[in-house]
Design a protein around this ligand. Structure first.
Ligand code: PLP
Length: 395
């Protein structure tokens, strides 16, 4: 099958958060400009999903309260096995209305107000708000950045984990926004620390299907058997197949007691109000859309390489080391010496709509996160537009 990864889709007035933000930031947007912020794709979903959902609705299902079907669960299990070599039991799966609602629920289930939750900033900003809005204490162990390459501060983690009041590690793998795909040995070391200090680990692996060639995502659950009883793994088809609007995620917990406790909190806070179309779209995606994903991964990698080369050739003050995972690129603008506000205003004025690095923590000051899941020619035009603006501003 051939897939359309080239059309520019006009999502104005469709309720797209990314598009509404773009017009809020700059009401005058030229024809053909696409936003590069929020992590959904400026690409059509796989045709199998549109066609499958049309067929589904033509069968006139009653759109009532819905539980996961056996076929849905089988599809989730089969995806873990075929793409991640991970054998999961259907009973381990709990469905929530999203990964963000799942890690919020997990924080409430496994800690008390005032307890510490460890995170590694810069990190996906809802990690921080999940901690503070549930009245827990954020314990930030910043990633170590060396020439654009990020690593975990294991000594810092050991120190934070050894404190009695710190109960949970909320971990992002692969890492949003810096794009690291953690190696097996990094994960082993982290698992050892967690086990030694009896931390509960919430491993958000929503990006696990996006790794650049020559990298491999390791499922944390497979790294150390002794961690499995204190581990919650968050997965979804929403990033992989652009289904975020359907609010469906699969949280995988092998320990019965842990799962029961999590499940209780999920029900109590009603984040199991599942979506009938979300189940069906996920089932179709996992069963029928692997080929589409493989083409998408080529586009994402090709776009990352293009961004990297573009800055190296034309404007080396901005650094864009190719990210190892996700469909995000972390761009280092620090060489321009602008404040966050100056940089943000400059980019918005020049119609380059990114996620500002500082929203991921102070460690993101001077950085921008761009989303490269969009047609290549549209991305190229945006880079050229930025270059022109930088030159005109004498940067
Ligand atoms: C690390 C991470 N977790 C979770 C989410 C969102 O999950 P959901 O839409 O299922 O709540 C995102 C979205 O970008 C993400 O980057």
């Amino acid at each position: 099958m051939t897939y359309d990864f080239n059309s520019r889709i006009d999502r104005k007035n469709t309720g797209s958060i990314k598009w509404d933000l773009m017009y809020k930031w700059n009401p005058k947007v030229d024809e053909g400009v696409l936003p590069l912020s929020v992590a959904d794709m400026e690409l059509f979903n796989p045709p199998e999903i549109y066609e499958g959902l049309i067929h589904f609705i033509q069968e006139k299902p009653v759109l009532g309260y819905t539980r996961p079907t056996d076929d849905f669960l089988k599809a989730v299990v089969s995806w873990q096995e075929k793409r991640h070599n991970w054998v999961v039991n259907e009973e381990w799966i709990i469905n929530t209305t999203g990964v963000v609602s799942a890690f919020n629920a997990a924080i409430r289930a496994f800690s008390n107000p005032g307890d510490g939750v460890i995170i590694f900033k810069p990190v996906y900003y809802p990690f921080s708000s999940a901690i503070t809005s549930n009245n827990r204490v954020e314990v930030n162990v910043p990633l170590i950045e060396t020439d654009g390459y990020y690593t975990i501060d294991f000594e810092g983690v050991e120190d934070a984990a050894s404190k009695e009041e710190n109960k949970i590690l909320l971990f992002c793998s692969p890492h949003n926004p810096v794009g690291r795909v953690w190696t097996k040995s990094e994960l082993e070391r982290l698992a050892e620390i967690a086990i030694k200090h009896d931390l509960l680990v919430i491993s958000d692996e929503i990006w696990y299907d996006f790794v650049s060639p020559s990298y491999e995502h390791t499922i944390l659950h497979k790294v150390n058997k002794n961690l499995q009883d204190k581990l919650i793994t968050c997965t979804a088809a929403s990033k992989t197949f652009n289904l975020a609007g359907l609010g469906t995620s699969s949280i995988i917990i092998s320990n019965d007691k842990l799962r029961e406790k999590f499940s209780y909190e999920v029900k109590r806070s009603h984040c199991n109000a599942n979506n009938i179309f979300g189940f069906e779209a996920t089932r179709i995606a996992y069963n029928e859309c692997e080929e589409w994903l493989d083409y998408l991964l080529e586009l994402v990698y090709s776009n990352k390489k293009m961004v990297n080369q573009f800055f190296r050739d034309n404007f080396p003050l901005i650094k864009a080391p190719i990210s190892e995972g996700t469909y995000l690129q972390w761009l280092d603008f620090r060489g321009l010496g602008m404040t966050n506000k100056e940089l943000e205003d400059f980019l918005h004025e020049n119609q380059f709509f990114t996620d500002e690095g500082y929203i991921f923590g102070r460690e993101g000051d001077g950085f921008e996160r761009i989303n490269v899941a969009l047609p290549q020619d549209a991305l190229k035009e945006l880079l050229e537009r930025l270059l022109l603006a930088l030159k005109q501003a004498d940067k």
